[in-house]
Every structure is written in structure tokens, then in C-alpha cells.
Ligand binder design. Structure first.
Ligand code: TPP
Ligand code: MG
Length: 183
């Protein structure tokens, strides 16, 4: 299973959760699999999808699902500590771990030697799931768990041949904010 297959499997199990997606190919892949106003494609800073998800989860009650990457989590490890301490019960952090900066040329990260799931456990995340590359990602238990939930998903490296997102950042933000404000 690669990132594209993982996102496809996960997207097919999501309902009306608010989704924050990591910069680069993860967002392009999700956009091509299934676009929705409930998706915020984070086109800016690497490492910030989890922090945006945290703020969003704290600001409203709807469930928030973040698609993050190993490189991004390693860049913003402090975000895990903040998330654990703020403890939003409606936040699910999915880390798609391909052990590389897949979107910028697949340079290796340290996720091959440092276990991100163990880091999350040591920070205190009690609801902590792991899916290996060969395992089917079943989100039922994950989505039923009390947040904040950490999900470590191991995948093969590789990007799907998908085009860039052809809606503007303003459109992405505008329609997402309408969704967030929807009663
Ligand atoms: C602060 C910052 N540094 C570097 C980049 C360039 N960049 C964009 S995506 C990316 C790789 C992200 O790797 P990862 O989070 O593991 O996601 P993957 O693409 O592997 O799914 C990099 C280095 C950036 N956008 N922002
Ligand atoms: Mg990666």
C-alpha cells in the first residue's frame, strides 16, 4: 500500500468530518480521489496541518481528521505535546508514514529509525493505533475512539500521477469556512 491507496481507503470511510490535509502530494491525491468543501488542503507550511487541526478541533465540536506526514510530524514534534495537553476529544491525527519527504523527491526522513507511534505513546496519547503496510485500514474503531487519537500508518513511498489542485487557496478557504460555520 502506498500513500494514494491509504488515502483512498480512508476517504471512503469518512462521513462529514472536517479534514485538514498535509501540503504537497497528500492534498493532490485526496483532491483527485474525492474533493469536498469539508476538505482544507493545506498549501503552505509543512508541519502545520496538525496544529491547524488542533485549533479547529478546539474551536468547534465537529470531528476533525488530519492527514499528516512523517516528515511534517518530525518537523513539528512539539505539536504532539500541545495536542496531548489540550486534549480535544474530537481530533484524529492520521500520520501517513512513507519514511520520506515524498512530495519533494522522496529524500529519507528519520522515521525509519525513530518510531512515531512510540513517540506519541510516550507523550501520552492513549488512543494510539498502528496499521502496517500490508494491513487494511479499518477506521471504525479509530473514529469511535475518544480523541485525541494518534494513528500511525506505514506505507510504501511513491506519489500518484495526479494533477495539481486547480482551485485557488481563496476558494479552498472560503468554502471550508462556510462548512465550519454550517450549523
Ligand atoms: C517549512 C517547510 N519546509 C519545507 C517545505 C517543502 N516541502 C513541502 S512538502 C515536503 C515533504 C513533506 O514530507 P511528509 O510530511 O513526510 O509528507 P509526504 O510528502 O511524504 O507525504 C517538503 C520538504 C515546506 N513546504 N515548508
Ligand atoms: Mg513522508
Amino acid at each position: 500500500m502506498d500513500r494514494f491507496e491509504a488515502i483512498k481507503t480512508i476517504a471512503s470511510q469518512l462521513k462529514d468530518e472536517l479534514v485538514i490535509c498535509n501540503i504537497g502530494f497528500p492534498s493532490r491525491e485526496l483532491y483527485s480521489i474525492n474533493d469536498s468543501p469539508t476538505h482544507f488542503y493545506m498549501l503552505g507550511s509543512m508541519g502545520m496541518a496538525s496544529s491547524i487541526g488542533l485549533g479547529l478541533a478546539m474551536a468547534q465540536e465537529r470531528k476533525v481528521v488530519v492527514f499528516d506526514g512523517d516528515g511534517s510530524v518530525l518537523m513539528n514534534l512539539g505539536g504532539l505535546v500541545t495536542t496531548f495537553n489540550q486534549a480535544p476529544s474530537n481530533l484524529v491525527l492520521l500520520v501517513i508514514d512513507n519514511e520520506c519527504y515524498g512530495s519533494t523527491g522522496s529524500q529519507c526522513t528519520y522515521a525509519s529509525t525513530v518510531d512515531l507511534g512510540k513517540i506519541a505513546k510516550s507523550v501520552g496519547f492513549e488512543n494510539n493505533f498502528k496499521f502496517l503496510e500490508s494491513e487494511k485500514i479499518d477506521l471504525e474503531k479509530v473514529l469511535k475512539s475518544e480523541g485525541p487519537v494518534f494513528v500511525h500508518i506505514k506505507v510504501k513511498s511513491g506519489n500518484a500521477d495526479v494533477p495539481i489542485i486547480d482551485i485557488t487557496p481563496e476558494e479552498i478557504l472560503g468554502r471550508f469556512m462556510e462548512e465550519v460555520k454550517r450549523p
